[in-house]
Design a binder for this molecule. Structure first.
Ligand code: PLP
Length: 422
């Protein structure tokens, strides 16, 4: 398609003047259902989960039941954030001082922080063009200290679980799935979170469904679940189980309130429709962009492995990515360069300050300083493949409200910018 109009960044008319859709999904769909559920909690005057009578009738218990059903696992534990779900999962699988945990170099900083917080050393591995963990680099980063891997289903894209699980099995690693950005996603028909030993979800506002803050942990192992329960509630060992199968150890307080659980129940009911819409929009969008030879898409984009919560495409180099993002934004489609060196985006390992400096909260260097600590080092050169990909990646937020007209506008804007700049 040849456009005769000048680019908007050069003073031409923009493709679109209507505002772009919000980056939020679940919270955009908040309505009467959530309101009714939250009001009901207030009317019951029961805002704390663990009241002595009626443990089974709390909103949080109901949310766990719904998650078990939806993910298809035997156990679930509601917690107060995705970060606390990750911390509980690491404790559950036995990660601690002296261990290394492999994580992708592109994920929210919480994935790295959770590992350090439990006293283990995060080891960075590359992502591939799917923007999820590169199974080959995962295997290359394994040492005798590696205890676990956190697989992150980044930007709604399911990681290559067949390959990752094969590597993990071969090397006897525990597998934690970080599903914070892909709640509702699947891999070969199986719900994300159910493929590894433990799955972790976030219900923070920028995730697929949202309760402001909140999290969920799922597993098929009774022992791992009990360990997570003990850690999420310092007194959990007293009353949560009919039969405790593990010795007591100290825990934190990562409990979820009844208000957040009620809100989450309302959101969870809406999730199938939200996700059906985001998936369908993305499939159509990838179809529209397939013939645009000046941009590259990963083969997994637009497939079952893509929840459709954003559009990411690659251009030839970093400078072109910067220009493309600016030009698209001027055309009325807000876009950004995934690795913008000035933005200090906390999804990219080079911006994880404490990790780069190996710094703990006390200004020392725990756990890296442990005698049995590893020789792991970090620098901007640690994951060159990841930086090379992210520097030439351009991202546009999508949600369930994207219309055919919006899809047409993205296509037109990308074609126009590609014609002049790529
Ligand atoms: C948001 C996020 C988390 C942390 O979730 P919170 O609920 O904000 O603690 C962890 N991992 C990834 C990949 C995330 O995007």
């Amino acid at each position: 398609m040849v456009s005769v109009e000048k680019l908007a960044i050069h003073g031409g008319p923009p493709v679109r003047t209507k505002p772009w859709v919000s980056k939020y999904i679940g919270s955009e769909a908040l309505g009467a259902e959530e309101k009714a559920r939250v009001l009901q909690v207030l009317e019951k005057k029961r805002i704390f989960r663990y009241l002595p009578d009626g443990l089974e009738t709390s909103e949080a218990a109901a949310l766990e039941e719904e998650y078990k059903r939806f993910v298809g696992t035997d156990y679930a534990l509601a917690v107060n954030s995705g970060t606390s779900a990750l911390i509980c999962a690491l404790i559950a699988v036995g990660v601690g001082p002296g261990h290394e945990v492999i994580i992708p170099a592109y994920t929210w900083v919480a994935t790295a922080a959770a590992v350090a917080v439990v006293g283990a050393v995060p080891v960075l591995a590359e992502v591939d063009s799917s923007l999820t963990l590169d199974p080959q680099d995962l295997e290359a980063k394994i040492t005798s200290r590696t205890k676990a891997v956190i697989v992150v289903h980044m930007r709604g894209i399911s990681a290559a679980m067949d390959e990752i699980l094969a590597v993990a099995q071969k090397h006897n690693l525990m597998v934690i799935e970080d599903v914070a950005q892909a709640n509702g996603g699947t891999y070969r028909g199986r719900p994300l979170g159910s493929l590894g030993h433990v799955g972790c979800f976030s219900l923070q506002q920028s995730k697929v469904i949202a309760a402001g803050e909140g999290g969920m942990l799922v597993t098929n192992s009774e022992e791992l679940w009990q360990r997570a329960v003990l850690y999420h509630d310092g007194a959990g060992y007293q009353f949560r189980f009919l039969e405790r199968k593990i010795p007591a150890f100290p825990g934190q307080n990562y409990r979820l309130t009844e208000l957040q659980a009620a809100l989450s129940l309302g959101q969870l009911e809406k999730m199938p429709d939200l996700v059906r819409a985001t998936r369908e929009n993305k499939r159509k969008l990838v179809e529209r962009l397939r013939n645009q030879e000046k941009i590259e898409l990963s083969p997994v984009f637009g497939t079952e492995r893509d929840l459709g919560v954003s559009l990411i495409f690659y251009v030839a180099d970093e400078e072109k990515a910067r220009l493309t993002a600016q030009a698209l934004t001027a055309e009325g489609i807000p876009a950004f360069q995934v690795w913008d060196r000035r933005a200090r985006d906390q999804h990219i390992y080079v911006n994880w300050e404490f990790l780069m400096a190996k710094r703990d909260p006390w200004g020392r260097s725990y756990p890296w300083s442990l005698a049995e600590g590893s020789s792991v080092d970090y620098s901007p050169e640690t994951c060159p493949q990841t930086l090379a990909l992210l520097s030439r990646a351009v991202q546009i937020h999508l949600n369930h409200l994207v219309t055919e007209e919006d899809l047409r506008d993205i296509e037109a804007a990308i074609n126009k910018v590609a014609f002049y700049l790529l």
